[in-house]
Design a protein around this ligand. Sequence first.
Ligand code: ZN
Length: 135
Amino acid sequence: MAKVKKINHIAVVVEDIQSSLAFWEGALGIKLEKVEDIPAQKAKVAFLPVGEGEVELVQPTDPESGTGKFLKERGGGMHHLCLEVDDIAGMLAQMKEKGVRLINEAPLEMEGRKIAFIHPKSASGVLVELYELTR
Ligand code: ZN
């Protein structure tokens, strides 16, 4: 059976990374690792490691993207929870068998990882991302 290993990250959609850092870095004291422009995700992402996982602040760069619409409709907030698994294909097969509604039926290949999203309707209202690190 495929296994969940840990929480990889929690993604929070924000309007502006710099002003959000006043809380996450300034008040909470989490050290900012880096901010990256990720055109494939149509967003800028700030990475804030906490223990073995991290908080990601996602600032959409395109109002028509998924996170762009999320920002417009809800004014930002927690977007998804990412769980790292040891075998993403096995995990997806396991969930299909149990009737879980998936957004990605097959893993998407990204640099250094494979990912897939699970529909919030099947996950207590939370958008769940699965990661399998490939290096
Ligand atoms: Zn994510």
